[in-house]
Design a protein around this ligand. Structure first.
Ligand code: X5A
Ligand code: ZN
Length: 674
C-alpha cells in the first residue's frame, strides 16, 4: 500500500510582491506562504511529510496550456523596471508583476508538477504544494486575478500526457470562480471541473455570465463543468458539506477519476476579506477526507487564494493533517444548509440531471425566482446606505482581529478533542484485561440483559469481553474496536444498553443485515439505521430508519445511498459514538461496508465500535485492516443505481428532511410556477 504525504514548498516563491500602491492586489502578500509554513512547523507537521523539492516548470510544460506568445510576454517582465512592470500589469485584470514574478510563476508550476510526479509514481499517496503566484484565473493568453500560469490546469494535462491518466477531477474550493480552468477544459470530457464561488447574481468579481450554474461545459465536454454559484455571503460548514454530499461526491464517484487535483483556495474560509464566508478550518479537513476516497487516494492539493493569514494557515494545517491520516475534529455549527444554498444546489442538480445518472430521475426544473434576487431588489428600492471606504476599511480590520481571536480559541477547542491511540481489536473468545471493579459491573449488565442467551460460561465470557472493548472506547482509552459475535442482535442490544447506562447522549447504530430483535430506543439517545434486504413493515421514524437495499453483484451502487441519505442523516445527528453491526444475511456488500466505515471516520472523533457476525470471516479481516489504517480505499467500479433505488432515496429524503436537515437539497416548486 502506498502511504505518505508530500509537501512541496520553497520560500523563493515569497520574493514575488507588489511594488506599488494598488488596493485590489494588496492582499496577495508573501506572508501568505510563510505563515502557512510556520504554522505547519508549529504543529510539527512538516517533519511528518515527505519534503519534495521544487523546480521550474519548463516552457514545454507551460505551453501545455498557455500560448507561446503569452509565455514571451511574461518572460519579458524579468528585466523590466518598475514603470514598465506597472504598465504590463495594467493590461490585465487584478494582476501585478515583479522582476521575480516569471521565476516564481515557473516555480509554482514546477512545484505542482513535482507533486503530481510524487503521487503518480507512487512515492507518496497524496500531498500539498504551497505556491505563489496562484493559478486558477489565468488563461491561455492572459494573467488574471493574481494568477500568472495555471498551475492546476497544467498539472492535469501533464498527468494525462506523462502517465496516461484518462480522467482527472479538479475540485476548486477557492471562493472565486476559476474561470481560467473552465475555459481550458470546457470542451474536454476527460477533465471534470467543479467550482463553487461567490457570485451574488453576477455582481461579485469576476462577474461573468459563464460562472452561473447553467455553464455545464460545451460540445463533448457538456456535463463536465460544474458551477455552484453562492448568491449570498456567510456560507458555513453545513452549506459546503451539503454541496459535497448532494452535488460533487455523487457525480465524482460516477466519473471515477484516476487523479484528483484541488485548486485549494482558502478565501472560502472564515475571516477572509474577499470571500466573507464562515467555514471554519476543520471544514477543510472534512472536504479533504471525502476526496481521499476517490482515485485510490491519489490527491494533489495546490494552494490558490486565501487572504486572512490565520484562517488560511489553520485551514492549510487541517488539510495536511487529514492527508496524513489524522482523525478529524467534529464539524462545528448548526447542521442545516441555508435556503440560498439549497436553491443553488437545486439549480445545479437540475442543470446536470441529464448528464449524470446519479442525478437522473430527479425531475427538477431550475428555479427562476431566487429568494436572494428579491432581497437585493428590496435593498435597491429601500436605498442601502453607501459605505464610506475608510469606515469599511476599519470595519474589515475589526473583523479580521475578531476572527484571529475566535480562531485562537476554536483551534484549541477542536484539537483538544484528539482521540487516543487507534484501534483495539479483539475477538470474543480472547480475554481482555479488566479492572477488578469493572468485572462485577459488566457481569451484572450481561445477566440483566442477556440472561436468556447465556447458556454456557463461554457466552458470558464473550459478552463480557465485548463490553470491555466498548468500555475502552467510551472511556476514551482507544479510538475504535472490533468484536466478533455469535449473535449480533443480542450483542448489539447489550452494547446499546451499556452506552445508555454510561449516559452517552447520542449513539448512532448502523445495523447491516437482518435484525431479529427489537432494540428499545430511548428517544434521541440512539439513532438506528437498519440496512437490510427486506422491506420493513414498520414506518420510518426520526430515530428508527430502515433501508431496503440489495447491492448488485458487480460494481458499486452504494455511493448513491451513502451520499444521498446515510451521510446527510448522520452528519445532521452528530453522534458521540458509532456502533456498526454487520449481522447475518447482509446485502450491502463488502465494498459498501468498507466505504461506509471509512467515511464514518469523519464523525464522533472516529469512535467506532464494530460488531461482526462470526460467519463473516473475510469482512472481519478487511474491517480490522481498515480500522487500523492498513488498507487504502478501493471501492469497486461505479455502477449506476437503478431507477427504483434512486426513487427510494428521493422518497426517504422527502420523508425525513424536516427531521434531518442535511437531507435538504432541492426546493418544492408550487405547481403554478412550473
Ligand atoms: C487566486 C485568487 C482573487 C482575485 C481577486 C481580485 N484571486 N479582486 O483568489
Ligand atoms: Zn480566490
Amino acid at each position: 500500500m502506498v502511504s505518505g504525504t508530500a509537501l512541496v514548498y520553497d520560500d523563493e516563491m515569497t520574493s514575488h510582491k507588489l511594488l506599488w500602491e494598488d488596493p485590489i492586489c494588496a492582499i496577495e502578500i508573501p506572508e501568505r506562504l510563510s505563515s502557512c509554513f510556520n504554522n505547519l512547523q508549529r504543529y510539527s507537521l512538516v517533519e511528518r511529510c515527505l519534503a519534495v523539492p521544487v523546480r521550474e516548470g519548463t516552457e514545454d510544460e507551460i505551453t501545455l496550456v498557455h500560448s507561446l506568445n503569452y509565455l514571451e510576454v511574461v518572460k519579458n517582465t524579468q528585466n523590466m523596471d518598475e514603470e514598465e512592470l506597472h504598465k504590463v500589469s495594467t493590461n490585465y485584470d487584478a494582476v501585478f508583476f515583479h522582476p521575480t514574478t516569471y521565476h516564481c510563476a515557473k516555480l509554482a508550476v514546477g512545484a505542482t508538477l513535482q507533486l503530481v510526479d510524487a503521487v503518480m509514481s507512487g512515492t507518496t499517496c497524496n500531498g500539498m504544494a504551497l505556491v505563489r503566484p496562484p493559478g486558477h484565473h489565468s488563461q491561455k493568453n492572459a494573467a488574471n486575478g493574481f494568477c500568472v500560469f495555471n498551475n492546476v490546469a497544467i498539472a492535469a494535462k501533464y498527468a494525462q500526457r506523462k502517465y496516461g491518466v484518462q480522467r482527472v477531477l479538479i475540485v476548486d474550493w477557492d471562493v472565486h470562480h476559476g474561470q481560467g480552468i473552465q475555459y481550458i477544459f470546457e470542451e474536454d470530457p476527460s477533465v471534470l471541473y467543479f467550482s463553487w464561488h461567490r457570485f451574488e447574481h453576477q455582481r461579485y468579481w469576476p462577474s461573468l455570465r459563464e460562472s452561473n450554474y447553467d455553464a455545464v461545459g460545451r460540445g463533448k465536454g457538456m456535463g463536465f463543468n460544474i458551477n455552484v454559484p453562492w448568491n449570498k455571503i456567510g456560507m458555513k460548514n453545513s452549506d459546503y458539506l451539503a454541496v459535497f454530499l448532494h452535488v460533487l461526491l455523487p457525480v465524482a464517484f460516477e466519473f471515477d477519476p484516476e487523479l484528483v487535483l484541488v485548486s485549494a483556495g482558502y478565501d472560502s474560509g472564515i475571516g477572509d476579506p474577499e470571500g466573507q464566508m464562515s467555514a471554519t478550518p476543520e471544514c477543510f479537513a472534512h472536504l479533504t477526507h471525502f476526496l481521499m476516497h476517490l482515485a485510490k487516494g491519489k490527491l494533489c492539493v495546490v494552494l490558490e487564494g486565501g487572504y486572512h493569514l490565520r484562517s488560511l494557515s489553520e485551514s492549510v494545517c487541517m488539510t495536511i493533517k487529514t492527508l496524513l491520516g489524522d482523525p478529524l475534529p467534529p464539524l462545528s455549527g448548526e447542521m442545516k444548509p441555508c435556503f440560498s444554498a439549497i436553491e443553488s444546489m437545486h439549480n445545479v442538480r437540475a442543470a446536470h440531471q441529464s448528464y449524470w445518472k446519479c442525478l437522473s430521475y430527479e425531475d427538477l426544473t431550475p428555479l427562476k425566482n431566487l429568494s436572494t434576487k428579491l432581497c437585493q431588489l428590496e435593498q435597491v428600492q429601500t436605498g442601502v446606505p453607501l459605505v464610506d471606504p475608510q469606515e469599511a476599511g476599519k470595519a474589515n480590520n475589526d473583523e479580521a482581529t475578531k476572527t484571529d481571536t475566535f480562531l485562537e480559541l476554536h483551534m484549541k477547542d477542536i484539537l483538544s478533542l484528539e482521540p487516543p491511540a487507534r484501534t483495539s481489536v479483539a475477538v470474543a473468545e480472547s480475554n481482555v484485561d479488566l479492572d477488578n471493579g469493572d468485572i462485577d459491573e459488566l457481569n451484572a449488565i450481561v445477566r440483566e440483559f442477556a440472561g436468556g442467551f447465556v447458556k454456557e460460561e463461554k457466552d458470558l465470557n464473550a459478552l463480557r469481553n465485548m463490553l470491555a472493548i466498548l468500555e475502552k472506547i467510551v472511556k476514551k482509552k482507544v479510538t475504535s474496536g472490533l468484536v466478533v459475535s455469535r449473535e449480533t442482535s443480542v450483542s448489539s442490544a447489550l452494547a446499546l444498553k451499556y452506552c445508555h447506562n454510561q449516559r452517552l447522549q447520542k449513539v448512532l447504530c448502523i445495523f447491516i443485515g437482518e435484525m431479529d430483535m427489537n432494540i428499545d430506543l430511548d428517544d434521541g439517545k440512539v439513532l438506528l439505521i437498519n440496512i437490510c434486504g427486506k422491506q420493513s413493515e414498520q414506518a420510518n421514524t426520526k430515530y428508527n430508519i430502515s433501508l431496503n437495499w440489495k447491492e448488485d453483484a458487480e460494481g458499486n451502487t452504494f455511493s448513491s445511498v451513502l451520499f444521498g441519505f446515510i451521510l446527510p442523516v448522520v452528519y445532521s445527528y452528530q453522534p458521540d459514538l458509532m456502533v456498526l453491526v454487520v449481522g447475518s444475511n447482509q446485502t450491502f456488500g463488502t465494498n459498501g461496508i468498507l466505504l461506509l466505515i471509512s467515511l464514518l471516520h469523519g464523525l464522533a472523533q472516529s469512535r467506532i465500535f464494530a460488531l461482526i457476525q462470526d460467519t463473516e470471516v473475510q469482512l472481519l479481516e478487511d474491517i480490522s485492516k481498515l480500522l487500523m489504517g492498513d488498507i487504502s480505499p478501493c471501492f469497486g467500479t461505479y455502477t449506476p443505481a437503478s431507477q427504483e433505488k434512486i426513487q427510494m432515496i428521493k422518497k426517504l429524503r422527502e420523508q425525513l428532511q424536516q427531521e434531518w436537515e442535511m437531507l435538504q437539497c432541492s426546493v418544492k416548486v408550487p405547481v403554478t410556477e412550473k
